[in-house]
Design a protein around this ligand. Structure first.
Ligand code: F6R
Length: 593
């Protein structure tokens, strides 16, 4: 959460930072701010306010040229959404200016212990960092003042610091929150996400925890907190503009929904060389030898995990438990003798999952992170990691990452099985069937007909139930319609009391064996006035069904069944004129617990 971009070099820092912030705005959009050096007055100007990056772009139109600056988009944690709490923050004399992503858990204690005489202008934990640096810099060299401060902080941080006494340097540091250093002939860009570097840096280095960076126009040096130099391994940036822009689509979410067939194909290419799986044999043997697999995840990724459980249990004899990360982290559930933990996460930075991984590592258990971001914390800290190859997912509502997660979990399950079918072929069929549906979908008409109510249900059984949970999350998070995903047979045990005249109930039916059962549940709600709508596969279709999808392998139905539900959410939000890519109260990459 929160996007950070800093630049020092021989170009216009404002342009690089504002473009970077625009690309990172999906990480938080409560406020945006920027600090640039004003050569005339020899000070760092600060521009900041609540609202979007566009407002910042407008308010900095006439800002003088500066070759150094730092910027921030905020997802509020400490203090209201207002101008005072927006970043950058400064120290009392305005000598130090900082932007921060993360949460300082002991900020109040630090304030009481070291800063009782300082005046504060915001309610944020971040301002404490700026004030501490200034306090220590009264007696210490600036670099020591910063590292002394860093050593006192409990929590998480990705930080950029400017010193008005030396406008030739940006200091940076990271712990738990991501931070990446980019390099090109024209300068050094430091950002919380690779996407901000595209077009401005040729190579990048993902910082390790407790790194301290000193960036100058011509070079960058990285140390640990005791000032011992660390190795820098710059790697080429492989993203390009098409990964970071909407192209011809009106929203990133629509673009990402349409990318799903190609994501499945990319996964097949990256995971197979002809018939040979490219997964490290060690990962498969650890899975095979484990007596229980624990899938840990949050939100959409947890829903993909629920599908993964069914796939692994149907294709192998390994029992699987799926846990919500924030619950698992602090509940001390009983663990089997020889477990494997699979962390499913698009961003690889989710703090709830990090809390799980810290305790998994402390107990010396093995773990596998499945993530879209190979440089992420959870990829680096797990025993093994597998990449999703979904490409950057920019819409806050996750779509293609879910499809990628289900696909990778399907490959893992299949590689542990007796391989009674050809998974690659079946995945390709699923990708093509998705494309056929997307070419001719008429979901907008259907949404207009009945999604005018303030509540909605998705019902299904088995894998369709898992998809129903994800469908409900998607609809509520972007259209704000109160939606529940329900096991079709469970509705009558209480929740059916909520069904009234016109309540929309969307049924997902892809398994012919339980088609009749779900249809009976539909009759139950219809007779109580529900407006029902049916998404079914060809082999389950009956007269009057509204959306009919081509049949795919029975284990891969979640890949195709989810697509109409994503579009229902998209069009419901569009009809209500909501901000589809940036829904209220949310942010991509939830780096706070
Ligand atoms: C919903 C959504 C979230 C994330 C959740 C976990 O559309 O995107 O529910 O799935 O915050 O995030 P990751 O997968 O990054 O761990």
């Amino acid at each position: 959460m929160c996007g950070i971009v800093g630049f020092i070099g021989n170009q216009n820092a404002k342009e690089i930072i504002l473009n970077g912030l625009t690309r990172l705005e999906y990480r938080g959009y409560d406020s945006a701010g920027l600090s640039l050096f004003n050569n005339r007055y020899q000070i760092f100007d600060v521009y900041k306010d609540e609202g979007r990056v566009q407002k910042l772009i407008d308010s900095t139109l006439n800002a003088p040229f500066s070759n150094i600056g730092i910027g921030h988009t905020r997802w509020a944690t400490h203090g209201k959404v207002n101008q005072e709490n927006s970043h950058p923050h400064y120290s009392q004399t305005r000598r130090f200016i900082i932007v921060h992503n993360g949460v300082i858990e002991n900020y109040q204690q630090l304030k009481d212990q070291y800063l009782s005489k300082s005046n504060f202008t915001s309610d944020t934990d971040t301002e404490v960092i700026a004030q501490l640096i200034e306090t220590f810099a009264q007696t210490l060299h600036v670099e020591n003042a910063i590292t002394t401060t860093l050593k006192l902080l409990h929590g998480s941080y990705a930080l950029l610091v400017l010193d008005s006494n030396d406008p030739e340097k940006i200091y940076a540091a990271k712990y738990k929150s991501p931070l990446i250093v980019g390099h090109s002939e024209s300068g050094i860009t430091i950002a919380s996400d690779l996407m901000a570097l595209v077009g401005y840096s040729d190579t990048y280095h993902a910082l390790e925890d407790k790194s301290f960076v000193v960036a100058r126009r011509e070079d960058v040096k990285i140390f640990n907190l005791d000032h011992v130099p660390l190795d820098i391994k710059f790697k080429p940036i492989e993203l390009d503009d098409s990964d970071t822009t909407k192209g011809d689509y009106p929203h990133y979410m629509m673009k990402e929904i349409h990318e799903q067939p190609s994501v499945i194909r990319r996964i097949i290419t990256n995971y197979y060389d002809k018939e040979q799986s490219l997964i490290k044999p060690e990962i498969l043997s650890v899975m095979r030898d484990s007596d229980r697999i624990y899938i840990l995840a949050a939100g959409t990724s947890m829903h993909a995990g629920l599908v993964g459980k069914q796939l692994i249990e149907r294709l192998t004899s390994i029992p699987v438990e799926v846990h919500i990360a924030s619950e698992f982290a602090y509940q001390n559930p009983l663990i089997s003798k020889n477990p494997l933990f699979i962390l499913v996460t698009q961003s690889g930075e989710t703090a709830d999952l990090r809390a799980c991984l810290v305790s998994i590592n402390e107990r010396n258990y093995r773990s596998l992170t499945i993530t879209n971001v190979p440089t992420s914390t959870l990829a680096r800290e797990a025993t093994y990691f597998l990449e999703l190859y979904a490409g950057p997912e920019i819409a806050v509502a996750s779509t293609k990452a879910y499809v990628a997660q289900v696909s990778v979990l399907a490959i893992l399950a299949y590689e542990l099985s007796t391989k009674s079918f050809d998974l690659k072929k079946e995945m390709s069929i699923a990708a093509t069937s998705m494309e056929h549906f997307l070419e001719s979908e008429k979901i907008l008409d259907i949404v207009r007909l009945f999604l005018t109510r303030r509540n909605c249900f998705f019902i299904g059984r088995g894998l369709d139930y898992c998809v129903g949970l994800e469908a409900a999350l998607k609809l509520k998070e972007i259209s704000y319609i109160q939606t529940e995903g329900f096991a079709a047979g469970e509705l009558k045990h209480g929740t059916i009391a909520l069904i009234e005249d016109g309540t929309p109930v969307i049924a997902l039916i892809s398994d012919p064996k339980i088609n009749g059962n779900t249809r009976s549940n539909l009759k139950e709600v219809q007779s109580r006035g529900a407006y029902t709508f049916h998404i079914v596969t060809e082999s389950c279709k009956r007269d009057g069904d509204e959306v009919i999808l081509e049949d795919v392998h029975p284990l891969l139905t979640p890949l195709v069944m989810v697509v109409p539900t994503q579009l229902i959410a998209y069009y419901a939000a569009l009809e209500r004129s909501y901000d589809i890519d940036k829904p209220r109260n949310l942010a991509k990459s939830v780096t706070v617990e």
